[in-house]
Design a protein around this ligand. Structure first.
Ligand code: SF4
Length: 62
């Protein structure tokens, strides 16, 4: 009898919800890399600054 161990895949973080993992909350996405919401938010100076501010304010900031 053999046993196999699988390495757990790291869960990507959601770039626009600091401290939260990507939950695939958008339709037809495979992660942050093809998330349209991330693309929109990170492409806007004000929104990106807001994400940065909330990241700094988040407990256990990363
Ligand atoms: S699908 Fe996009 S918005 Fe939703 S958690 Fe993942 S990265 Fe964040």
């Amino acid at each position: 009898m053999s046993s196999t161990t699988r390495a757990a895949r790291p869960v990507p973080a959601c770039p626009i919800r600091p401290g939260e993992p990507c939950t695939l909350c958008q339709v037809d996405v495979t992660g942050p890399q093809d998330c349209g919401l991330v693309w929109l938010v990170m492409g806007d100076d004000e929104l990106r600054a807001g994400v940065h501010r909330s990241r700094l304010a988040a407990p256990g900031r990363r």
